[in-house]
Write a protein that binds this ligand. Sequence first.
Ligand SMILES: NC(=O)c1ccc[n+]([C@@H]2O[C@H](COP(=O)([O-])OP(=O)(O)OC[C@H]3O[C@@H](n4cnc5c(N)ncnc54)[C@H](OP(=O)(O)O)[C@@H]3O)[C@@H](O)[C@H]2O)c1
Length: 270
Amino acid sequence: MGVKVGMIGAGAMGEALISGLLRSELVKDNDVIASDVSEERRRYIEKNIGVKTTVNNVEAIAEARVIILAVKPQNIFEVLDEISWTVASSQLVISIAPGITTAAVEERLNEDVAVVRVMPNTPALIGDGISAICFGRYVSGEDERIAEAIMASVGKVVKVPEKLMNAVTGLSGSGPAYAYLIIEALSDAGVKMGLPRATSTLLAAQTLTGAARMVLETQRHPGELKDMVTSPGGTTICGLYELEKGGLRGILMNAVEAATNRSKELGGKE
Ligand SMILES: NC(=O)c1ccc[n+]([C@@H]2O[C@H](COP(=O)([O-])OP(=O)(O)OC[C@H]3O[C@@H](n4cnc5c(N)ncnc54)[C@H](OP(=O)(O)O)[C@@H]3O)[C@@H](O)[C@H]2O)c1
């Protein structure tokens, strides 16, 4: 890609993105400058990731083609107020702050700047996330390609209209927590049936990983894959019957709806 990147906020997600960019060789270590208010984080990033850091957000983005805003939503406007005078229309701003619209970022900047909004999820920290991205009104085709390549360095990428970002938050943003709960519950169930805890958790987690990969790699409908492991009068149909009686589908659908609604309440404008 060969572009310079200024990363504002070098916390968990900032670190994951810098690592992803270096790992996938999209940028070289001397093409990235990360800024963070925390001296401890700056020292950690320089020592462990090997890119230059600064406390000065303006310095971090001075020569950047891409500016990534990787601070919490409550800090984003103070950061924008600090850098707005220097951000030029030749730069691309990528924001990963939930609930902050592309229009809200555009309005804070002096020039007509390309703004991309991203909703990543936690498995990005191990390079296996999924990010939904949407584009502001000044985004060019080249900007789109750059933003997609950057997010692809930490997982999969889907493009959605901005009005669907709250639904993405409710599904894939909050989704890892749903999956952890399911894995924990399956592990408890295995322990109840006599399995040692470590074995039970491994069986549960790998079963979810394997099943998810079957859906992604075979591209078959999940219902068809379910039917393939459900033999007449067998064990699986007895388990499935209990899940249906307990209303698992409805519960999961309600969970995504509740999280989507909460995302809207928290200011996730569309
Ligand atoms: N982690 C995830 O899995 C995940 C998933 C989806 C979306 N996100 C979003 O990604 C963004 C970053 O999340 P994160 O988990 O990486 O948060 P984080 O670990 O708290 O990282 C943010 C970093 O920015 C620093 N910071 C705060 N104000 C600053 C300022 N004015 N200038 C420069 N740096 C500043 C923070 O320092 P202090 O801690 O000292 O304030 C912290 O080191 C958030 O908007 C979050 O909602 C994260």
